[in-house]
Design a protein around this ligand. Sequence first.
Ligand code: DC
Length: 238
Amino acid sequence: MPKIIVAIDGYSSCGKSTTAKLVAKQLNYPYIDTGAMYRAVTLHFIQNHISLTNQKEIETALNNIQITFRRHGEKGRNDTFLNGLNVEDEIRKMYVSERVSDVSAIADVRHALVAQQQRMGRTKGIVMDGRDIGTVVFPEAELKIFMTADPLIRAQRRQIELMEKGEIIGIEEISENLKTRDYIDTHRAESPLRQAEDAIYIDNSMMTLDEQVELVVRLADKQIALAHRRKKEQAQHG
Ligand code: DC
């Protein structure tokens, strides 16, 4: 069967990554969490005191960053590595969340990461989630999803996620962080978050995780079948 690109975009903490990871597992495709890439760059910038207004410093720092992923474990846990070091837990912490939207609004940062993401999807057969996957990284993706959920539900989900990692944060602080990130992500000059014209809109506020995964897999299967049919027709017509 031909391979397709599944692009999942949407707001922070709307369940994109959890859904994307499980969809990738079912399709037997690799999963790329592009938010984790922006978070890893942010962590590097924080640790190395990179000034967000000094272009030279940013360029040098970007040349010294290598981000990789490793999947392991029963649940298909996907860990992010920054220059060979597992930073999966660190990049999810609040101090990184507070800075990541500013770092990801920098044009040089976006160009470097988008180029790497496009290399990762060169041979298709990939599930990628983020903010600009269907609009900038893979505008030709066969399946584009734009996912959202009610802001309070998103904040509650994020609070549980942080709690599981040992960080106890109040719902107001989380809501404020999500609101600020939504604003920066949708208003930045460089590839802001927006729904691609051909993306399918899914509000998952009232859906279970299983229902979301099933829906996206069903849509992906449809696109795979369509690509298969097109390929056969092309072969028949020379
Ligand atoms: O998906 P996330 O919340 O882990 O993403 C962290 C931040 O990274 C988010 O606030 C915006 C940014 N981001 C982006 O600008 N473009 C992407 N493709 C993915 C994430």
